[in-house]
Design a protein around this ligand. Structure first.
Ligand code: MTE
Ligand code: HPA
Ligand code: MOS
Length: 743
């Protein structure tokens, strides 16, 4: 009776569709409950000269207005403590909370927001990476990863290309906006429901800002309606505001951002601006690479240094580069702090080298896939990353070969060329890109988890771990692992809400490692119990229920806590050296696009995805992750463009102006598959993490667009930045049209 490896339905599948699944704001209002919202800065950078809340205070229904004066501590931050919950004298982004408002109803909140009088002196804002560079406005130190003698390699290079590749940010666009409810308990205790990937961090920050010991705060997360990294750190702010109100008023307090507000005040994926210089032979072998990454961190550090770290360790991607220098600098700007977003800097690093691969191929007039294969990491040699980690169990050469075959690459590449030669109205392009995504948090101490397993007298089992369910299916996978470990049917096991009361000091469910870490901890707990059950059984092979009854009557403990910490990883951030990842999840994709030459409109004709995700715990869920992540990656690189007014006010704060992919934007032919991998043994049940890596395969669509443009660029390398919206594509087409045609 095994369930691992089977297509067990997502444990919320029915509930999501029927509406039975509860989200924070579905919880019925408690007696006396208050609504919480906040008054925020409408100036991107300024000094508060005067703030007057008296008129707002007098509005009927308004119960309290709170500023930073009401907090025990205002300063916090997950890596660098540079962030304040409520603005003091200086505001640093539009959307920054200044006053927390508690009221009996939404109308009172609306009126209170209008009645707050504020006078802000405008200071000069910084809105671009270039501006931040000029002003030397950075977050944390510049980091470096280097190997070999790149200067010598550049000096003796056959060919050199240089450029800058710019990519925009992305809104998480989770369907459930940030939300929390705080319930006051006795003696300053607080119980908080939060839509967060990171209950322990929410707990810790609430305790900190209110000046309470951590044990007085319990944070519970049942599920999120999507998170995608956006609730790894930024669920903390609303929860802390609700907690502040509950703490001050002794009444339950609820906050739930509207979609528009959420899109205005929270940060998203980091825009990057990446300078590169690459040396290569006439055969297309890269001999040296220098990449200077700059990200827009927004106003506070948040997770930006770690995001930059992941970007830097992903610039190599699938390719072995002998002589290489990678530099990473995070810029401080006057936007909401940018934060974790599926891929966590990996996509920005990987897209940079994939863009370089296309450029080398166009320059040498060669097949880009041939260039990629030539530079690909080896299986037994040429398999050490620039940061000195050995790439073990490397399936990239096999993935490149198999995807080309399955997608009929050579024939279609020729067909694309033929099509472009004959069509006056449309342009096609095709590209193959790869992903090699490092699995583990790139902050070593985060790679730990604990789990609680309780068995009840009828043999039914409750499992609680630090993992939070955001739709990715972690609960279902852990349920399968536990059922298998005990050798019992799946319906004996359920996953309980994540709560800091049961699982202490947990890491965010992030870095795609939710199942790796928490599943392993759950299995550890099961094994401890199994040892005791075996003693009870004494070889009798009792049926499960009878065994549990016997154990109970023998006074044997039927619950335990498990723990797991990833072994064999280490990372020296100052030296840019070590083995930060337990293993790599790998994949390849081939995408073909068609562009309307008159409008720039792009559609994806076909995408083929092929991944190594080890032995899947749940192939159906993993397939969902692969398709969803790919489409999210395509959105980042094609349609999801963020725009601001010259004053830094976001214009794209709702689906009317911000375009995420919809069902019509899917590839017309969409093949999603995995390969068998018997050689991966380092992770639980030989599985590999899948949550983020396939997002990076969306890069194949962007490179297919670049490939299409190369047919009309008269031999020049077409430059295109991300997102490649229809508008951007049309402008690039027009640019080339203006140039004189070469003979
Ligand atoms: N899938 C769904 N449906 N919703 C989400 O919010 N987040 C992604 C990914 N898949 C997300 C998702 C991100 S950013 C990560 S890090 C992983 O899920 C986290 O969960 P895991 O570690 O259990 O894979
Ligand atoms: N991914 C997500 N969150 C993180 C990471 C990571 O690699 N490192 C630190 N926080
Ligand atoms: Mo995912 S960006 O690690 O939450």
């Amino acid at each position: 009776m095994t369930t691992v490896g089977k297509n067990v339905p997502h444990d919320s599948a029915v509930g999501y569709v029927t509406g039975e699944s509860l989200y924070v704001d579905d919880v019925p209002f408690a007696k006396n409950e208050l609504i919480v919202d906040f008054f925020w800065s409408t100036v991107a950078h300024g000094r508060i000269r005067a703030l007057d809340t008296t008129a707002a205070c007098n509005i009927p229904g308004v119960v309290g207005l709170y500023t930073y004066h009401d907090l025990a501590h205002n300063l916090f931050g997950p890596i660098i403590k540079d962030e304040i919950l409520l603005a003091e004298d200086i505001v640093t982004f539009i959307g920054q909370p200044i006053v927390v408002i508690a009221a009996e109803n939404r109308e009172a909140i609306r009126l209170a927001k209008k009645a707050i009088k504020i006078d802000i002196e405008r200071l000069e804002p910084v809105f671009t990476i270039d501006d931040a560079k000029r002003k030397k406005q950075f977050i944390g130190p510049t980091r470096r990863i280097a190997r070999g003698d790149w200067n010598a390699a550049f000096a003796s290079a056959e060919h050199i290309l240089e450029g800058t590749w710019i990519n925009g940010g992305q809104d998480h666009f989770y369907l459930e906006s940030q939300a929390a409810i705080a319930y006051p308990g006795e003696f300053d205790q607080l119980s908080v429901l939060s839509s967060t990937q990171n209950p322990s961090e929410v707990q810790e920050v609430i305790a900190h800002v209110l000046g309470l010991p951590i044990n007085k705060v319990v944070v519970t997360t049942k599920r999120m309606g999507g998170a995608f990294g956006g609730k790894e750190c930024q669920a903390t702010h609303p929860a802390a505001m609700a907690a502040l109100v509950a703490h001050k008023t002794r009444r339950p307090a609820r906050i739930a951002y509207s979609k528009d507000d959420d899109m205005c005040v929270t940060g998203g994926r980091h825009p990057f601006q990446n300078d590169f210089k690459v040396a290569f032979t006439s055969d297309g072998l890269i001999t040296a690479l220098k990449v200077d990454l700059y990200s827009d961190g927004g106003a506070y550090a948040d997770l930006s240094p770690a995001v930059m770290g992941r970007a830097m360790t992903h610039v190599d991607n699938a390719y072995y580069i002998q002589n290489v220098e990678i530099i990473g600098t995070t810029c401080r700007t006057n936007f909401p702090p940018n934060t974790a977003f599926r891929g966590f800097g990996g996509p920005q690093g990987v897209a940079t080298i994939e863009n370089i691969m296309e450029e080398i191929a166009i320059y040498l007039k060669r097949d880009p896939l041939e260039i990629r294969k030539k530079n690909c990491y080896g299986v037994d040699d040429r398999n050490i990353t620039p940061y000195n980690q050995v790439v073990r169990n490397n399936l990239l050469p096999r993935l490149f070969a198999e995807i080309a075959d399955r997608a009929d690459y050579q024939r279609r590449r020729k067909e694309v060329a033929d099509f472009n030669a004959s069509s006056n109205t449309h342009l096609r392009g095709i590209a193959c890109t790869a992903v090699k995504f490092g699995i583990s948090f790139n902050t070593k101490f985060l790679n730990q988890a604990n789990a609680l397993v309780n068995i009840y007298l009828d043999g039914s089992v409750q499992v609680s771990t630090g993992a939070t369910e955001m739709g990715q299916g972690v609960n279902t996978k852990i349920r399968q692992l536990v059922a298998d470990e005990f050798g019992i049917a799946l319906d004996h096991v359920i996953l309980m809400p994540t709560s800091t009361e049961k699982n202490n000091n947990t890491s965010a469910t992030a870095a795609s490692s939710g199942t790796d870490l928490n599943g392993s901890a759950a299995v550890d707990a099961c094994r401890k119990i199994k040892v005791r059950l075996a003693e009870v059984d004494r070889g009798r092979n009792l049926p499960w229920r009878e065994l549990i009854k016997a154990a109970y009557h023998d006074r044997v403990s039927l619950g335990d806590k498990g723990f797991y910490s990833t072994q064999g990883i280490d990372w020296d951030v100052d030296k840019g050296c070590g083995t930060p990842f337990l293993y790599f999840t790998q994949g390849c994709a081939i995408s073909e696009v068609e562009i309307d030459r008159f409008t720039g409109m792009m559609k994806i004709l076909r995408s083929d995805l092929l991944m190594d995700i080890g032995k899947s715990i749940n192939p159906g869920i993993d397939r969902g992750q692969m398709t969803g992540a790919f489409v999210q990656g395509v959105g980042w690189l094609t349609t999801e463009e963020k725009r601001w007014t010259p004053d830094g006010d976001v214009l794209t704060h709702s689906p009317t102006t911000y375009k995420i992919p919809n069902i019509q934007d899917l590839p017309e032919i969409f093949n999603v598959d995995t390969i068998d991998n018997d050689g991966n043994t380092v992770n639980i049940r030989s599985s590999k993490a899948v949550g983020e890596p396939p997002l990076l395969l969306g890069i194949s669509v962007f490179m297919a667009i670049k490939n299409a443009l190369s047919f009309v660029s008269n031999g020049a390398i077409p430059k295109i930045n991300a997102p490649a919206t229809g508008e951007e594509i049309l402008m690039r087409l027009t640019e080339h049209r203006r140039k004189p045609v070469l003979a």
